[in-house]
Design a protein around this ligand. Structure first.
Ligand SMILES: Cc1cc2nc3c(=O)[nH]c(=O)nc-3n(C[C@H](O)[C@H](O)[C@H](O)COP(=O)(O)O)c2cc1C
Length: 142
């Protein structure tokens, strides 16, 4: 059983909904998953208690939301090297945020990133349909 941590930044709760769907899928597969708004994380040390960490943000003005940027500076203080990571987010048309988070987790934190970022378009896509394949990819790196 893996311990999974899911942190999100979301303005109208669509990225939060993706986080909830991810949490449910990991739990259905017998893993332990904690989820929170990234603004609630005060201590980077807690991140080291997890095997898999998923960070998500909606895209606004071509970028991740400010709370996710602040959170990534905090997460830099933890030793996440070689932990398994993933990035996700809701978007309208371009969806830059998940890829930027993914790249930061890989390049700066030295995490293993087995899956392409999970991008869920606000109109016409449902996290319930896209998340299972993303989770399977993530779990394949355990
Ligand atoms: C002012 C504004 C700017 C936005 N900028 C972008 C953008 O640059 N690229 C994009 O893909 N979506 C953009 N969106 C769409 C949001 O990413 C989309 O509504 C998303 O589902 C919001 O997720 P959230 O509910 O987690 O905040 C923008 C939306 C608003 C209201």
């Amino acid at each position: 059983m893996a311990k999974v941590f899911i942190a999100y930044a979301s303005r109208t709760n669509k990225t939060k909904k993706i986080a909830q769907v991810l949490k449910e899928i990991f739990e259905e597969k017998g893993h332990e998953a904690d989820m929170c708004d990234c603004k609630e994380v005060e201590n980077a040390g807690v991140l080291e208690n997890y095997d898999i960490l998923l960070f998500g943000s909606a895209t606004y003005h071509g970028d991740m939301m400010q709370p996710m940027k602040t959170f990534l500076f905090l997460a830099e203080k933890a030793n996440l090297k070689d932990k398994i990571g993933g990035a996700f987010g809701s978007y309208g048309w371009s969806g830059e945020a998940p890829q930027r988070i993914h790249d930061t987790m890989e390049a700066i934190f030295g995490m293993k990133m087995p899956a392409k970022p999970l991008k869920v378009k606000q109109v016409g896509q449902k996290p319930e349909n896209l998340a299972p394949a993303f989770v399977d990819k993530i779990l394949s790196a355990l």
